[in-house]
Design a protein around this ligand. Sequence first.
Ligand SMILES: Nc1ncnc2c1ncn2[C@@H]1O[C@H](COP(=O)(O)OP(=O)(O)OP(=O)(O)O)[C@@H](O)[C@H]1O
Ligand SMILES: [Mg+2]
Length: 388
Amino acid sequence: MNKIKILIADDIEETRNVIKKILSMQKENIEVVGEAANGEEVINLIPKVKPDVVLMDINMPVLNGLEATERITMEYPGVLVIIMSVQAESEYLKKAMFHGAKEYIIKPFNYDDLIETITTTYEKYRERQVKIASSVETIRDANVIAFFSSKGGVGKSILSLNTAIVLSKEANKKVLLIDMDLQFGDISMLVNKYNQKNILHAIDDGQIDSYENIKPYLYKYSDNFDILFAPEKPEAAEYIAKETVEKIMKIIKKQYDVIVVDTGINFNDNTLYILDMAQKILMVSTMEIVALKNTKLGLKVMDSLGYDKDKVKLVINRFNSNYGISKKEIEETFKDGVFSFIPDEEKSVVVSVNKGLPLCDDDKYYKLKIGKAIEVMCKDLEKGYERR
Ligand SMILES: Nc1ncnc2c1ncn2[C@@H]1O[C@H](COP(=O)(O)OP(=O)(O)OP(=O)(O)O)[C@@H](O)[C@H]1O
Ligand SMILES: [Mg+2]
């Protein structure tokens, strides 16, 4: 068995030494590969020592444990962060978990606590990796299409909503759109529906054990298109565990042909779960250099997560040939090419957003280039399934 490689991050040398000593008693399956005195050192060490697990203190100088955890989740989602904290820091603890820490351990801890926490967290994660490797999920009914981006405001929500509408109209499929941007989801606004039931209501009411129970919490947009809205308050996201999302997805998948998921922009546990189970991930970027750079990094992360190029497809939104970068240049930048270019049509998009009337549901707009481009993208998505 490979040893679990540990990086210890704590600003107090004595603490690091104690942890090292504890871990050295477990030589056959644990190996300390490095130690750091602040968050910045952790980030710099990761590519060099390639740890499986970072044991992370919260209060450290230069870059604290919370910020470091967030950066690790974004840049190295394969690395597991276990937070070490004292009881008094429970508020921070919650935040750390939200920023992607996988587990925590309360200081002072003893030998058994530490070894147990490291090994169980590592094994749980390995299971997930194995699942991806064996690729095809055991229960797969609906095709899951996830829209993701490494920068906000690039058009994920607009594209996921309109994709869902086109798929439900054109191909006569039963489609569900899930607003999995649990913190800032705004699909409800895009369809001009406020104060509707949402995922948090279903969870709070304990109604997620069967499709019959979940159904009343879905918004019926048309005969064969339902939407599961995100909570209204950003803080609600903290209370929705990955296990809960997993449970809902497993039940709901059996009821639809296609599930389109709009995600938030960080690689938190819920997003990772959706990305893992999705058949297609549409990585959305605009043409700004910052968005393109982040997209490149995001695609690298996808690669390190073990997703292949058939699964991850790049969508350039707001394409306009007057933006100083040509189609060819973009295509040359991304070695796996561009799946779809969606034109920039500010006026029609803004009017549609403000009216709460999706582009692809309005005959007038549907005839525009943007509507046509989305339609073509949907056809290409369907071809992908046929080949499956
Ligand atoms: N093809 C387009 N042409 C013109 N404007 C667009 C286009 N797509 C998106 N926009 C503009 O970008 C804004 C953001 O779009 P959207 O809310 O879909 O992005 P997002 O990636 O979901 O953002 P967030 O990260 O906040 O969830 C829209 O309100 C609209 O004004
Ligand atoms: Mg959005």
